[in-house]
Design a protein around this ligand. Structure first.
Ligand code: WAQ
Ligand code: MG
Length: 261
């Protein structure tokens, strides 16, 4: 995949009109592909949106573009799964892990209070960890992290060794979290799915790795969450540019994994 030109392939789909018309966000997705696999990537993303548990889209946009910047390679974050019995227990743990990663208690409190305002996002919300203020100015759209992927065979090897489900969902979430955490200005990420049947979420940071929590919301709830807690960045546009534009491949080397454990 890394030989020759690399293409970014992106999809977004919504219901009751496009996102711009205020439609409900159904699905989004991003992959990196070589020219020969563009067809396959588009097909995968189209299927993802057409069979989505959030509903049937009536708007979909799929686009691809060649990437001219060199692709950076990073390792997946170390992973751990916490089995919890209730949302309450899961949320308390998430809160604790955010604090451990360096997000002040007061800021987490503020963010949780504002969370219900953001239930139809297709991107992530950025918060400054000192002021507790939202800093991305992107309204309901948020920031969509893009241009990242993980070779499927390498992911499957990794997932087998860690006894994790071989699902695209885990792969996509870990790719995103690893990219976001690889930037020194990211202090932590908090996430759970907007898919009504998927309750597992995570807290991720370069300090603690990818900490899965099996219950962060109730079954049937279609309100998702994706928040990046960010240090004082001197140039916000450069940070956002990294999230949206820096091409990243996740690559797992068994050797490195053994050394870090
Ligand atoms: N960039 C920024 N925000 C995104 C992106 C992206 N590429 N993709 C999704 N989001 C935001 C958006 O607001 C969604 O509503 C929200 O995140 C949830 O997205 O078992 O599936 O794709 O280890 O539904 C985590 C646990 C699953 C996986 C997360 O998120 C596991 C998930 P979803
Ligand atoms: Mg979703």
């Amino acid at each position: 995949m890394q030989k020759g030109k690399v293409y970014s392939v992106r999809m977004r789909a919504s219901m009751n009109g496009s996102h711009e018309q205020g439609g409900k966000h159904i699905s989004g997705g991003e992959q990196l592909s070589n020219y020969e696999n563009i067809n396959q990537s588009i097909h995968y993303l189209m299927e993802k949106a057409l069979r989505h548990s959030r509903g049937k889209p009536d708007f979909m946009q799929i686009q691809f573009e060649a990437i001219n910047e060199p692709v950076k390679q990073i390792s997946p974050l170390p992973i751990r799964t916490h089995e919890v019995d209730s949302v309450k227990e899961g949320q308390a743990l998430a809160w604790k892990l955010l604090e451990k990663s360096g997000v002040p208690h007061k800021v987490i409190h503020t963010v949780y209070k504002q969370m219900s305002e953001y239930s139809n996002m297709r991107g992530a919300i950025l918060y400054n960890i000192y002021s507790g203020e939202r800093i991305d100015y992107r309204g309901n759209k948020g920031i969509r992290v893009s241009r990242m992927d993980w070779d499927n065979a390498n992911f499957q090897e990794w997932a087998k060794l860690h006894q994790l489900p071989l699902t695209e969902k885990v792969k996509e979430a870990l790719v995103l979290a690893s990219k976001v955490a690889s930037h020194p200005s990211t202090i932590a990420e908090l996430c759970w799915s907007d898919d009504p049947n998927y309750m597992t979420g995570y807290v991720a940071s370069s300090k603690l790795g990818y900490q899965r929590i099996t219950k962060l919301k109730e079954y049937g709830d279609d309100r998702g969450c994706r928040i990046f807690f960010v240090d004082n960045v001197t140039d916000l546009n450069t940070y956002i540019d990294f999230l949206e534009k820096q091409p990243i491949f996740v690559q797992w080397e068994e050797e490195n994994d053994k050394r870090s454990n």
